[in-house]
Design a protein around this ligand. Structure first.
Ligand code: IPM
Ligand code: MN
Length: 340
């Protein structure tokens, strides 16, 4: 069946294996019967090294106007020191997240057979525009013995509330509705208190959702030892970044982890990307694992309202059998297409 409309998608393949896994994702989306009109944007390390361009306001405004943005991976090869840290992270990825108001980073995890968390399914709802990522702070007396560096964590009532509300809405749809706030309220008392109060207040509107709280250090133990306790984890930007790598590791590796950078208010396009990086060492081998990119594309379809196609793709990924390193990118893509 073919979708009723054609979706305009900006494709940011990026660096390393990004373009290959993104192509696989596009093939699977089309194979599921969804019609896409894509526009490629060359952004990332290669582009920056070639002409110094990272991202400008005009491109950002253009991207906002698409139905969705699909991103592969951004970043130079390990050991390539030509790009100072932060140029692409702050200048491109975070500029996209902040500039498009992608205030939710939704990262679902479904443990693969043989992984530490086998049988578990949970998701992290990470606040995506505030916290220590906001860029508050600075340096005084740079390079001297008296240098001072501060990096504040920004937590607004508005930002925390819209994140927590999204997390509760997600949790309410689970077979066993449960939401766990992860923070460090015993030390980060100002921000922790705001997050706790908001969870209590918004939680009062969701009577079916069981609410729990973990300190972030304890959550690191629980994710390894008893991940089945989680449904939705809601947390701030930095804790969410760290926990999602750990969650990826215990559920089968970040080769499987998908993410949706969402603007649920729909004031602009949302962005979908695998959690993994550019893996330059795999370029040209044909062995890049496209499963995380494909799952990210399924999240895109869910956001666009193509829930049936999203479900079929997600099921094909779940049912995938075989060794990625043997089948290669094309072999994996072929099997997924057959399973649709
Ligand atoms: C992620 C990444 C980014 C982050 C980096 C590349 C800026 O680690 O998406 O998790 O810290 O959010
Ligand atoms: Mn990360």
């Amino acid at each position: 069946m073919l979708s009723e409309r054609t979706y305009r998608v900006a494709v940011l393949g990026g660096d390393g294996i990004g373009p290959e896994v993104t192509q696989s994702a596009l093939d699977v989306v089309r194979g599921a019967g969804v019609d896409l009109a894509t526009t490629d944007y060359e952004l990332g390390a290669a582009r920056y090294l070639r002409d110094g361009f990272v991202l400008d306001q005009a491109t950002l405004d253009e991207l906002r106007g698409f139905d969705a943005i699909l991103l592969g991976a951004i970043g130079p090869a390990i050991g390539d020191s030509r790009i100072p840290g932060g140029v692409l992270e702050r200048g491109l990825l975070l500029r996209l997240r902040f500039g498009l108001d992608l205030y939710i980073n939704y990262r679902p995890f479904r443990a693969v057979a043989g992984s530490l968390a086998q049988g578990c399914e949970f998701a992290i709802v990470r606040e995506n525009t505030e916290g220590p990522y906001a860029g508050e702070g600075g340096v005084l007396r740079y390079g001297t013995d008296h240098e001072v560096a501060t990096q504040g964590s920004v937590n607004t009532r508005f930002g925390v509330e819209r994140c927590v509300r999204y997390a509760f809405e997600r949790a309410a749809t689970l077979a066993q509705p449960k939401l766990t706030l992860v923070h460090k309220t015993n030390v980060l008392t100002f921000a922790g208190d705001l997050w706790s109060r908001v969870v209590n207040e918004v939680g009062a509107e969701f009577s079916t959702v069981e609410v729990d709280y973990n300190h972030v250090d304890a959550a690191c133990i629980y994710l390894v030892e008893s991940p089945q306790r989680y449904g939705i984890i809601v947390t701030d930007n930095l804790f969410g970044d760290i926990l999602s790598d750990l969650a990826g590791a215990v559920t089968g590796g970040i080769g499987y982890a998908a993410s949706a950078n969402l603007n649920p208010a729909r004031t602009g396009a949302s962005l979908f990307e695998p959690v993994h990086g550019a893996a330059h060492d795999l370029v040209g081998t044909g062995l890049a694992n496209p499963l995380a990119a494909v799952s990210s594309a399924a999240l895109m379809l869910e956001h666009l309202g193509e829930v049936d196609a999203a479900r079929r793709i997600t099921r094909a990924v779940q049912d995938f059998e075989g060794d990625v390193m043997t089948l290669g990118t094309l072999g994996v893509t072929k099997q997924l297409l057959e399973r649709l």
